[in-house]
Design a protein around this ligand. Structure first.
Ligand code: FAD
Length: 328
C-alpha cells in the first residue's frame, strides 16, 4: 500500500491547527512546527501563581455554521465554555452598560485549553523556527534557524502572519504578492492583579476613547481561579505610537488610562506584566480564504487571509486544507 501524502504545517496557531485536524481526518500525515514553546499562537495564556491571563485572544464568537458546529464539539469536549460578562462600553460620553447581546466563548480553564485540545496527539516540533523551504524532486525540505533539516514532505502549509511568511513563500507569487500587501497592526496587553476586589460594576469594557481598547476581569471567565486579575489591551493606534516603549512605562500609561476611565484611583497592583504583539491583527479584512500554489504543493493561511478573528483563522485553515485535498 502507498504511504499517505505528508504535510508540514508551519505555525501551530488556530489556522495551522484547523488545517492539521482537517487533514488528519482525511488520513494525511501531518507534522506541525512552531517557534514557540507550545501551540496556540495568539490564542495565548500566561500562567502565574495568581492564575492565568489571556494575553491574546480574549473571547471568540461563532457566526459561520461550520465554525459554530466545531465550537459545539469543543464545548462537549470541555475545551471551551460560554462567557457571559457584565459588558460595558466607554466613550466620550462615559461608562455605560453595553447593549451587545452576542454569544461569546472562551477556552476553559484558559484560552490555550482549546489549542491543547485541538493539538491532541498531532506531532509538533516546538521551539523550531523554520527559516527556509527547499524544493527538489517534487518534495519539500524545511530548514530551521539552527540549520536542522526536516522532511521530505509532499506539501507545506505556511500558517503564520504575513511578514513572517514572506521569506518562506517569496518564490510563489500567488502567495507572496497578497502577503506583501497585508499590513498587521500591533497591540500591547497588560496583566494586572490586585490584592482585594475592585468592586467594579463590569467584567469587560469595549473602550472607544483614549489609549485602551479593551478591559476584562479574568476571573469572570469560566474555569478561572477566583482572584482580582485583569487584562488591559491598548488600541492599535496607541501601540503604533508606543512600539518601543519600555514595558514598565506601558503598564503605567494603561493603568493610568484605566483610572481615568473609572474616574477614581486604584490600589497598587500586586502583579503586573506587559506583552507587545507586533502582529496582533490585520489592518483590513481580506476575502482570500487561503492562498494556494498547487503546482508547487504550497499553501498559506491565517487570520490575515480572512479577517482578524479566531473564527477567521479557523476558517482559513479549513480553506487551506480543502485546497490541498482537492489537489491530492
Ligand atoms: C491582543 C490580541 C487580542 C485578540 N483578541 C481577539 C478576540 O477577542 N477575539 C478574536 O476572535 N480574535 C482575537 N484576536 C485575534 C486572534 O488571536 C487571531 O486572529 C488568531 O489567533 C490568529 O491565528 P493564526 O493561526 O492566524 O496565527 P497565530 O496565532 O499568530 O499563529 C501563528 C503561529 O506561527 C508561529 N510562527 C511564526 N513564524 C514561525 C516560523 N518561522 N517558524 C515556526 N513557527 C512560526 C507562531 O509562534 C504562532 O504560534 C486577538 C489577537 C491579539 C494579538
Amino acid at each position: 500500500m502507498s504511504q499517505p501524502p505528508s504535510v508540514a504545517i508551519i505555525g501551530a496557531g488556530m489556522s495551522g491547527l484547523s488545517a492539521a485536524t482537517r487533514l488528519r481526518q482525511a488520513d494525511l500525515q501531518v507534522t506541525l512546527f512552531d517557534k514557540s514553546r507550545g501551540s496556540g499562537g495568539r490564542m495565548s495564556s500566561k500562567r502565574t501563581e495568581l492564575g492565568t491571563f489571556d494575553m491574546g485572544t480574549q473571547y471568540f464568537t461563532a457566526r459561520d455554521p461550520a465554525f459554530a458546529a466545531a465550537v459545539a464539539q469543543w464545548r462537549s469536549a470541555g475545551w471551551v465554555a460560554e462567557w457571559q460578562p457584565r459588558l460595558f462600553r466607554y466613550d466620550e460620553n462615559g461608562l455605560a452598560p453595553s447593549s451587545d447581546q452576542q454569544q461569546r466563548f472562551v477556552g476553559s480553564p484558559r484560552m490555550t485549553a482549546l489549542s491543547r485540545g485541538l493539538l491532541g496527539d498531532l506531532p509538533l516540533h516546538s521551539n523550531t523556527r523554520i527559516e527556509q523551504l527547499q524544493r527538489s524532486d517534487q518534495q519539500w525540505s524545511l530548514l530551521d534557524s539552527e540549520g536542522k533539516r526536516y522532511g521530505p514532505f509532499d506539501y507545506v502549509i505556511v500558517a503564520i502572519p504575513p511578514a513572517q511568511a514572506l521569506p518562506l513563500i517569496r518564490d510563489a507569487a500567488a502567495l507572496a504578492a497578497p502577503a506583501a500587501q497585508t499590513e498587521m497592526e500591533p497591540g500591547w496587553a497588560v496583566a494586572l492583579a490586585f490584592s482585594a476586589s475592585l468592586n467594579l460594576p463590569f467584567d469587560a469594557v469595549f473602550v472607544r476613547s483614549g489609549p485602551l481598547d479593551w478591559v476584562a476581569r479574568e476571573a469572570s471567565k469560566p474555569g478561572r481561579v477566583e482572584a482580582e486579575t485583569w487584562v488591559l489591551q491598548s488600541s492599535p493606534r496607541w501601540a503604533h505610537a508606543h512600539l518601543d516603549s519600555e514595558p514598565q512605562a506601558v503598564i503605567g500609561e494603561l493603568l493610568g488610562a484605566l483610572q481615568t476611565m473609572l474616574d477614581a484611583p486604584l490600589p497598587a497592583p500586586t502583579f503586573q506584566h506587559a506583552h507587545r504583539w507586533l502582529y496582533a491583527r490585520p489592518a483590513a479584512i481580506s476575502d482570500w480564504g487561503a492562498l494556494a500554489a498547487p503546482a508547487q504543493g504550497l499553501y498559506t493561511c491565517g487570520d490575515w487571509c480572512l479577517g482578524g478573528r479566531l473564527e477567521a483563522a479557523w476558517l482559513s485553515g479549513q480553506h487551506a486544507a480543502k485546497a490541498l485535498l482537492d489537489a491530492t
